[in-house]
Each structure stands twice: as C-alpha cells, then as structure tokens.
Design a protein around this ligand. Structure first.
Ligand code: IMP
Ligand code: MG
Length: 181
C-alpha cells in the first residue's frame, strides 16, 4: 500500500500498524517468560521511542515492572550511511549493577550502536543485558551481536516510520515503509 506523506514524498508500507502491534504483544510475552518481571528498560534514542512506548505497555500487560531509562547514541549523520563511529549523546541515570537490562532499539544493521551500548552496560555490572530490536537487516553485521528478541527480519532497504527517520523526517508514521523513488 502506498501512502502519501506531505509534502510530496510517498512511502510504501512494509509493516502496517496492526502487524507491528500483534508482533510486539507476542514478543512481550516471550520476554517476560525469559527474563522475568523485574527489568531495567533502556531505550536507545531517537529511533526506538515508538517501539519502546508500545513494547513497555505490552510488557506491563504481561506483568512486568520496568524501570525505564533512555540513552541517546549517534552512529549516523543526517544521511543513510553509517559513519561507523558511536558517540554517547545522552547517558542513562539508572544504576544497572546486578539488574537485568533490556536494551531496546528500532533496527539492527551493522550492530555497532547496540554492541557499544551492551558493552557499556555490562561493564557497569548489569547481571544480564538482553537486546530487543523491532527490525533486523540480515547480512549487514559488522560486529558480534545477536539480539535475543527480534520483531521482523526486514529486506535490505532503507526503511522509515514508526520512529525511524530519513534526515529527520517520517519518525511519526504509525507504520514502517520504504520511500518511493
Ligand atoms: P547500526 O549501528 O549499523 O546497527 O545502526 C543502527 C542504527 O542506525 C539504528 O538504530 C537506526 O537508528 C539507524 N538505521 C539503520 N538502518 C536504518 C534504516 O533502514 N532506516 C532508518 N534508520 C536506520
Ligand atoms: Mg537507532
């Protein structure tokens, strides 16, 4: 389905809002069954904000109590190519020592961003750091990281919507899609 997004760019839908919601509900059940109900949830800004908001509410429905925090990392400039460098723009304030941490991100590509965040939280003494991403692009991994909870394995395309942007646009879309040429 093609949706017209102002001003003139059209975006073809890959994953609709209903499909995303159903997948998140199932993932939340699996996460609570595996990790238990006492979690620190760390959302990696900005891209994960919509996934985190929906996942955290689904985790609540499955009985979890999550201490929520945010980390802002940057590995991309304004374009669509990874710069290969990770910078912490905003750190969490919650102590993670001895805790089970759920690291939440939108999409895993090279894995550099999440590998960096996972190492950082482990080094601070987290008992366990599990990773969830809504999307995973196969064949692009540049580091050793295996997310435990993946929503969808997506085609190797630059996707937007549901928190993900292209040059600061399209984060607000309730679905995930690809910009039309
Ligand atoms: P990685 O460090 O190469 O795994 O990059 C992951 C980050 O790059 C994600 O958290 C996104 O913010 C961004 N990213 C990677 N692929 C896409 C995409 O297709 N659309 C939008 N953002 C992307
Ligand atoms: Mg991101």
């Amino acid at each position: 389905m093609t949706r017209i997004v102002p001003p003139s760019q059209t975006v073809s839908e890959l994953y609709g809002a209903d499909v995303i919601a159903a997948r998140i509900e199932a993932l939340a059940g699996t996460i609570v069954a595996d990790l238990g109900t006492d979690l620190v949830g760390v959302a990696v800004l900005k891209g994960s904000f919509m996934y985190a908001a929906d996942l955290l509410r689904a985790l609540h429905r499955h009985g979890a109590h999550v201490e929520v925090d945010f980390m802002m990392l940057s590995s991309y400039g304004a374009g669509t190519e990874s710069s290969g460098q990770v910078r912490v723009l905003r750190d969490i304030t919650s102590p993670v020592e001895g805790r089970t941490v759920l690291l939440i991100d939108d999409i895993l590509e090279s894995g550099r961003t999440l590998a960096y965040a996972k190492d950082l939280l482990s080094a601070r003494g987290a008992e366990r750091v599990a990773v969830t991403v809504l999307l995973e692009k196969p064949g692009k991994r540049a580091t050793q990281i295996d997310p435990e909870y993946v929503g969808f394995t997506c085609p190797d395309l630059f996707v937007v919507g549901y928190g993900m942007d292209c040059a600061h646009c399209f984060r607000e879309l309730p679905f995930i899609g690809v910009m039309d040429p």
